[in-house]
Design a binder for this molecule. Structure first.
Ligand SMILES: CC(C)(COP(=O)([O-])OP(=O)([O-])OC[C@H]1O[C@@H](n2cnc3c(N)ncnc32)[C@H](O)[C@@H]1OP(=O)([O-])[O-])[C@@H](O)C(=O)NCCC(=O)NCCSC(=O)C[C@@](C)(O)CC(=O)[O-]
Length: 303
């Protein structure tokens, strides 16, 4: 039971650091370092880890070695190792690499859809159909993402009804859960609550996830607002790694360490060992030669 009767007692964190976190890094990162990151996250208790993506290497070169990463990781029973896939080709590659589950991604804004995956929203949804059929035949669960739900770097304001329409389509075609993403981190708590309130009129709350970037420093406030709306699934990235190659200026995802600290304070269960998690984040930051983006990790590691 959480300290507040109105909040969920348990949350599932989807760790997207190895994919969303690393995809935007310009410097080469070795397959060994990526494998180490996934293994460290495993050891810290994450139950769902997005290991990599099977997208065009011309579009996102950093994810080119994802198959080797999948092959090299130590698998822990009960942990879901997920891959991001934009089409059937990506799905087949993910399946061959041993992904337990895949994620498809659509946008709530037309301009972002074009920039990110080179097609309109409706074309992207159409593209997922053969992937969904192949996934169903192979018994592979498919997660859905909707990007730019609280604003778009090209189109500006995004209508909540448009987010609902894309999320509804993803469910209708068979996604078991949909994560809605504030790709450029412009959302605020009030808008977040209003969005989930609208989505929950048609989609069960326990099937909705929140994916917040911290560009404007609002991610934790938005997560708290989502918890108040009964949302129990959040995507986060160790050490706040990340940024989207097709959203200029977008900084990292909310740091997993910061979310865990928030949940600890609220008495909400999550199953993650914060000190191991902070060590995992610092290790990859040392590899990348960049500052740790988690304030909680910085505070803990300086003690
Ligand atoms: C979707 C495409 C492929 C369309 O790209 P396209 O150029 O329109 O597609 P195409 O079908 O014409 O193929 C072009 C080339 O890519 C190859 N190709 C085609 N598919 C694949 C594949 N799966 N894996 C490997 N290669 C592939 C294909 O074989 C061909 O190779 P070529 O003949 O030129 O040598 C491209 O636009 C793409 O890969 N985009 C990926 C963009 C991306 O990964 N963005 C970041 C992830 S989304 C995100 O971060 C947001 C999220 C999810 O985190 C949530 C949030 O924050 O909001």
């Amino acid at each position: 039971m959480s300290l507040s009767m109105n909040l969920p007692s348990k949350v599932r964190l989807v760790e997207v650091g190895p994919r969303d976190g690393l995809q935007n890094e310009k410097q080469p990162i070795s397959v060994a370092d990526k494998i180490q990151l996934v293994n460290d996250l495993n050891a810290a208790g994450l139950s769902t880890i997005e290991v990599g993506s099977f997208v065009s290497p011309k579009w996102v070169p950093q994810m080119a070695g994802s198959a080797e990463v999948f092959t090299g990781i130590e698998r822990k029973p009960g942990v879901v190792y997920q891959a991001l896939t934009p089409n059937l080709k990506g799905f087949e590659a993910a399946l061959a690499a041993g992904a337990d589950e895949v994620a498809v991604f659509a946008a709530a804004s037309e301009a972002f859809s074009q920039k990110n995956i080179n097609c309109s929203i409706s074309e992207s949804l159409e593209r997922f159909r053969d992937l969904m059929a192949a996934a169903q035949a192979a018994n592979i669960p498919v997660r859905g993402y909707v990007s730019c739900v609280l604003g778009c770097p090209y189109d500006g304001e995004v209508a909540p009804a448009q987010v609902l329409s894309v999320a509804r389509e993803l469910f209708a075609m068979g996604c078991y859960e949909v994560s809605v993403g504030d790709t450029i981190g412009v959302g605020t708590a009030g808008k977040t609550r209003a969005l989930f309130n609208l989505l929950a009129r048609e989609i069960p709350r326990e099937k909705l996830g929140g994916h917040f970037h911290d560009t404007y420093g609002q991610a934790l406030a938005n997560i708290y607002a989502s918890l108040q709306e009964g949302i129990e699934i959040f995507d986060s990235s160790v050490a706040g790694l990340g940024g989207c190659p097709y959203a200029k200026g977008a900084t990292g995802n909310v740091a997993t360490e910061d979310v865990v600290y928030l949940l600890n304070g609220l008495g909400i269960q999550h199953g993650i060992d914060l000190s191991r998690l902070a060590a995992a984040g610092q290790r990859i930051c040392d590899v990348l030669g960049r500052a740790n983006g988690s304030r909680v990790a910085r505070a803990l590691l300086s003690q």
